[in-house]
Every structure is written in C-alpha cells, then in structure tokens.
Design a protein around this ligand. Structure first.
Ligand SMILES: NC(=O)c1ccc[n+]([C@@H]2O[C@H](COP(=O)([O-])OP(=O)(O)OC[C@H]3O[C@@H](n4cnc5c(N)ncnc54)[C@H](OP(=O)(O)O)[C@@H]3O)[C@@H](O)[C@H]2O)c1
Length: 271
C-alpha cells in the first residue's frame, strides 16, 4: 500500500489517480475532507502532528511525503515504525540552488536521508499551476500580472512530477537518487499569459508588476525570507535554475509537457 500525502494538491491529486490506475492500493492523506477516485481510501491527518500519521502509515510499503510541518524526523520515524520501506520526498529545486533560503525542504531532505529507509528526493522548479493565481483576473478582466515579464524559467507541469513520483514509488532502482525536475524549455511570464489567451481563444493582457508590487502581494501568503528567495529566482535566476533537466525524460521516456498543454488541460479555471 502506498500512502500519498498532499493528496488533494496539484501534484498529489494526479499521483493518486496514476497509482490507482496502475492497480496500486492507495491511501490519500490531507488535513481536510476530500473526494478521491473509487477504490482509494482517504484519511485525514496532519504532517504537523506526526502522531496523527501513525495509524495511516501502519502497514504501508511506501510514502510520498510533502514538506509540511516542523518535525520531519518525527514523520520519518512514524513511517519506519509503520513498516514503510521507501519514501519519496517532494522537495524543491531551491534546496540545491538557494540552501540559505530553502532550509525547510533541506531539513526534510536531511531527515529522509538519515531515516534508514530507501529514499528518493524530487527537486522540482516552479510549477505551471502557479498560473492559477491569475485565474480570477483572467476571468474578470482578461489580464495577468507578474514581475520580470521577460525572464524565462523551465516551469514544470505538476502532472509530470506526479508521473515521475508514481514510477519512483513503484519501481526499485531509484534509492539514494535526487532528481531535478523541470519542464521542456524556459518560458517567460509574458509568454505564459499569451498561452492562456491562446487556449482561451481570447487575448490575455500581460501587466508587468514592479518588484515592490509583487513583493507586497507575496507577503500576504509567504514568509519574508521565502518571498525574497522567490523574487530572486524569478528575477535573477542562476544558470542552474534556468537549466532544463533531463530527468523527467530519462524516467518517463518522453519529454516533459509544455506550458501550453497545461493551459489547455486547465482552461476551465480561466473561463
Ligand atoms: N508551486 C511551486 O512552484 C513549487 C515549486 C517547488 C516545490 N513545491 C512544493 O510542492 C508542494 C506541493 O505543491 P502542490 O501545488 O501540489 O500543493 P497544493 O496544491 O497547495 O496542495 C497541498 C496539499 O497538501 C495538503 N497539506 C498541506 N499541508 C498539510 C499538512 N500539514 N498535513 C497534511 N497535508 C497537508 C493539502 O491538503 P489540506 O490543506 O487539506 O491538508 C493539499 O492536499 C508544495 O507544498 C511545495 O513544497 C512547489
């Protein structure tokens, strides 16, 4: 049985579907109540309270772990005690490129690496689904605002992260590996807004925000060091952050999906 935390999120939802479609027994975990595909069981538990995970992890073979809560060691100990043999951690590219900012995912990486379990770490860059932040203004005004309109990054479709995770959770041969996951090419915010317009069949106007405007908006839902780190990645990415990684294609045997494919699949949110 495979336990998927973050099961109602952009990555987790696709992962639960992929594992269930492959015939795996899946337990989907989130804090809130949720609908899950037929045959999948859903359990409410909080990664911030590792005790709440114990009954869920008891008898599980593998765990897909999200970075949430402040006690990664407590989580991996609960996994080991429950009999879990393999853990796949959804970390972040920033853990490698900006370790001084991404301390939280690094603490989770450290805990899984010391856990004694077979571990694999996934380090994705920015998600295509971050464009859901534009859904309301695209619906109401056909506009999309972001800073650094002409700086490109190889954003990734969360469905590709989920497919990679499904392979790594099911197959041996990935223990002790850290995979960087990116999309197929760099794409700028301006071009992403245009791609949503093309999927919509109506132009979307890109509005370039100043760094300060973007900073003020991000501070509403992110802690300050994370806001600075995110702005630095979006505005002054390092060569490592701009690089297209071969890992999705190596693992899935096909190139990663484009942003245009993500937009077409999710266009209902922007209508
Ligand atoms: N967005 C990016 O660009 C990006 C880039 C690199 C890495 N990441 C990492 O990827 C992760 C997943 O992204 P996503 O887009 O799939 O997330 P998401 O759509 O925001 O979903 C988060 C999921 O985790 C669950 N959850 C949150 N806190 C929890 C907790 N304390 N205990 C148990 N479940 C919890 C949520 O359900 P409930 O709220 O009901 O619990 C939901 O199922 C992020 O958290 C981040 O660490 C994101």
């Amino acid at each position: 049985m495979i336990v998927v935390t973050g099961a109602t999120g952009n990555v987790g939802r696709s992962l639960v579907q992929a594992l269930a479609a492959a015939g795996e027994r899946v337990t989907a975990v989130s804090r809130g109540a949720s609908q899950v595909p037929q045959g999948v069981s859903h359990r409410q538990a909080d990664l911030g309270e590792p005790e709440s995970l114990k009954p869920v992890l008891d008898g599980a073979d593998a765990l897909f772990l999200l970075v949430a809560g402040e006690d990664p060691r407590g989580i991996v100990e609960a996994a080991g005690a429950g009999g879990v043999g393999r853990v796949v951690l959804l970390s972040s590219q920033g853990a490698g490129t900006r370790p001084e900012v991404y301390r939280h995912p690094l603490a989770f990486e450290d805990a899984v690496q010391r856990s004694g379990l077979d571990w694999t770490i996934l380090r994705p860059g920015g998600f295509d689904s971050n464009a859901f932040a534009w859904a309301e203004t695209v619906r109401s005004r056909r506009t999309a605002a972001a800073p650094f309109g002409d700086v490109g990054l190889p954003f990734i479709d969360p469905a590709d992260i989920a497919e990679v995770a499904a392979v790594v959770l099911r197959d041996g041969g990935h223990a002790g590996r850290t995979y960087e996951l990116t999309g197929p090419a760099s794409i700028t915010p301006r071009r992403r807004a245009q791609a949503i317009g093309e999927a919509l069949g109506a132009p979307v106007r890109f509005v370039e925000q100043s760094r300060e405007e973007a900073r003020a908006q991000m501070l509403q839902f992110m802690p300050e060091p994370m806001v600075e780190g995110t702005l630095a990645i979006l505005g002054e990415p390092t060569p490592a952050e701009q690089r297209v990684s071969p890992h999705v294609e190596q693992i899935l045997g096909r190139p990663p999906r484009t942003f245009a494919e993500w937009a077409a699949r999710n266009i209902a949110a922007f209508r």
